[in-house]
Design a protein around this ligand. Structure first.
Ligand code: C2O
Ligand code: CU
Ligand code: CU
Length: 513
């Protein structure tokens, strides 16, 4: 399809959703998933999407530490999916094709409110008992301030539901953050970076089969990865934003299915990184370029004060081998005006927050968890965790409040962003090993010494890139709830098939049984 002109639409600024009510028990929201049509670019006909409250991204929720939030998530979606559903995986042929369940990524909550992939529901679908088309989930917000995001998590459909538009952002605030006097109000801007492809009629394009599909593949058939050819930020194709010559705070999420970004500013300005997935870093890190895997978040300050009248682009470094025709090197353009409306009195602090090191804790278990490639009966790639499929019995059962090290051993030849529900972890290190040898006879021979995580990944994280041929070790304290949760690769095409596993946080008593 014809290229869409870049930087012709202004960036949509997300408005904060007002709660339906706010009491001593917390804030309460009703949010409805529905189909809608919207213009994603000046020259593109309207696109049918699915969105929370008919928006993409979904409405921005702003929450405060220790003030609980409850959301009733309603499913009012149509009966047929707008994207190709592969029913050959997970026995989906026996299930309705439109199923949803919302997960608030990064939130510590009970298993009932976590959006377990099997806890899906649909509009008026009846399995046995009464019909249900909504669920109310509770978010305690007993955790430090950060940017979280909510997205669909239905078994075997996550890649399609999120691609259709079921994703939104959730800002959790606290006093410590407020005390830093960071740029705020109209100078703090959440950005959801995604990639999409379109048909000329404006509809979303997503492959119904892998490009090299043989004659015997199911139709539709899941693809091993998806890379769109168009960047969409806050629901607009390659937008621009007019900014004043002063400091701005950008809360950035990679909401793409598979694509990772290497973000930098084309005038050489630094990105002052102050936070990651789990909130503020200990100290600010000034970065020239920041890698952002699917589901990762960064909190950065950009100082435009010396750049009045200039145009600066946030770019994605495609690397030396990039195809010159690849358009994905651009994200968003900033047009700096000549004057500030008001004097900028915000700070750019270097000391940010206290993050205790989990290394001091007693370590109860070290688990080696292998990321492995295999093939299914149709010879499609099948990526697994520890050679197990989603439906195999639970093997990871950390005890409540115990500290464990999870060592992810990536035996495939590309990176996977691994995410653990319920907890924020700390990345200990990455260590390279002889991948060829390992794949020959299973011997793990390290070829380098452990390398500490990069400074911007040393605070709290819930998703981390596990590079090919490395053991990446993370440490986490499992709690504050017991129950059934999941961990998975956050490349949604991998998560759906079958790079996702359950884990269960158990009590001491359960352990003895
Ligand atoms: Cu962002 Cu299990 O997901
Ligand atoms: Cu999550
Ligand atoms: Cu993966």
């Amino acid at each position: 399809m014809q290229r869409l002109e870049k930087f012709v639409d202004p960036l949509p600024i997300l408005n904060t959703l007002q709660p339906n009510k706010r009491t001593k028990q917390g804030a309460y929201y009703d949010i409805t998933m529905e189909a809608f049509k919207t213009k994603l670019h000046r020259d593109l006909p309207r696109t049918t999407l699915w969105g929370y409250n008919g928006q993409f991204p979904g409405p921005l929720i702003e929450a405060f530490r220790d003030e609980p939030v409850s959301v009733t998530w309603h499913n009012e979606l149509p009966d047929r999916h707008i994207l190709p559903v592969d029913t050959s995986i997970h026995g989906l042929d026996k299930l309705p094709t439109v199923r949803t369940v919302v997960h608030l990524h990064g939130m510590e909550t009970t298993q009932e409110s976590d959006g377990h992939p099997e806890a899906w529901y649909t509009r008026n679908f009846q399995i046995t008992g009464p019909t249900f088309s909504k669920r109310t989930f509770h978010y305690p917000n007993h955790q430090r301030s950060t940017l979280l995001w909510y997205h669909d998590h239905a078994m075997g459909l996550t890649r399609l539901n999120v691609y259709a538009g079921l994703a939104g952002m959730y800002l959790l605030r606290d006093k410590q953050e407020a005390s830093l006097n960071l740029p705020s109000g109209e100078y703090e801007i959440p950005l959801m970076i995604t990639d999409r492809s379109f048909h000329p009629d404006g509809s979303l394009s997503y492959p119904a089969q892998p490009a090299d599909a043989g004659p015997n593949l199911p139709y539709p058939s899941i693809v091993p990865a998806f890379l769109g050819d168009t960047v969409v930020v806050n629901g607009k194709v390659w937008p621009y934003l007019e900014v004043e010559p002063r400091k701005y705070r950008f809360r950035i999420l990679n909401g793409s299915n598979t694509r990772a970004y290497q973000l930098f500013l084309d005038d050489g300005s630094v990105l002052h990184q102050i936070g990651s997935d789990g909130g503020l870093l200990r100290k600010r890190v000034d970065m020239e370029i920041i890698g952002l895997q699917p589901a990762e978040r960064i909190d950065v300050i950009v100082d435009f004060s010396q750049l009045a009248g200039q145009t600066i682009t946030l770019k994605n470094n495609l690397g030396p081998d990039a195809d010159p025709a690849d358009e994905m090197g651009d994200i968003i353009q900033f047009r700096v005006t000549n004057h500030v409306k008001n004097k900028d009195s915000s700070n750019l602090p270097s000391n940010l927050s206290y993050v205790p090191s989990l290394k001091q804790n007693d370590i109860s278990t070290v688990r080696y968890l292998k990321l492995v490639g295999s093939a299914d009966e149709f010879d499609r790639p099948l990526l697994l965790l520890n050679h197990l499929k989603w439906h195999d019995p639970v093997t990871e059962k950390p005890k409540l409040d115990s500290t464990e090290i999870w060592a992810f051993v990536n035996t495939t030849d590309f990176s996977h962003p691994i995410h653990i529900h319920l907890v924020q972890f700390q990345v200990l290190d990455h260590q390279t090993f002889d991948l060829e040898r390992f794949n020959e006879d299973g011997t793990l021979i390290f070829t380098g010494s452990p390398e500490a995580a990069s400074p911007n990944n040393r605070s709290w994280k819930d998703t981390i890139e596990v590079p090919a041929g490395t053991v990446t070790r993370v440490i986490a304290n499992f709690g504050p709830y017991t129950g059934d949760y999941v961990w998975h690769c956050h490349i949604l095409e991998h998560e759906d098939y079958d790079m996702m596993r359950p884990f269960r946080v158990i009590t001491d008593d359960e352990d003895k049984k």
